[in-house]
Design a protein around this ligand. Sequence first.
Ligand code: PRP
Ligand code: URA
Length: 208
Amino acid sequence: MENISVLNHPIIKRDLTILRDKSTDTYFFRSALHRISSILAFEISKDFNTDEYEVETPLEKTTGYKLSDEIVIVPVLRAGLSMVNSFLEIIPEAKVGHIGIQRNEITLEPMDYYYKTPPNIHNSLTILVDPMLATGGSSSAALTYLKNRGAKNCIFACLVAAPQGVTRISKDHPDVKIYTAVIDRTLNEKGYILPGLGDAGDRTFGTL
Ligand code: PRP
Ligand code: URA
């Protein structure tokens, strides 16, 4: 059984259409991606636990709440960077790690080139973010790196998922819940998601 939550939201549907449209320029692409990521962060945070503590208003004492878990947001470079600020707006107390992984465009196998995460990752809730879950090779490798460095409680947030990637993550990391804005139809022979939105990194950073 796949551990996945697919968001159903009119603003997400509208903004995914902007991302899919090949005529969307970098500016509008980034702003649509930012809005979808904010809704994703908001929805994911509905599942967070809170602890109560006493807070004093200007008038009296009352019950306040704080997040129970330390949160670490980990973008997969490059494209994952585009989701970080949206997540930080909803969870400003979060720390940020980075994992550099690039798909080899011939073999589609992930290659790592950078890793840096906060030291307390072992007792944090780690949110891996990458807009695209295609074959699942990059995100599965990233989750393995995180777990090897001590992360115990991980979730994965993406925007567009292919069924093949969902199956891969569910098989390799059955403990990791996936949150996605949409599940697309399939992959093409080059590992691109169909209908998809093209290369998320290139379209975000204008490197087409
Ligand atoms: C893209 C995307 C994911 C990966 C998804 O990154 O951002 O990290 O591909 O594909 P997969 O599920 O088949 O591994 P890419 O390798 O193009 O690097 P970039 O972010 O630097 O463009
Ligand atoms: N990476 C992307 O950016 N887009 C795809 O469709 C697949 C992988």
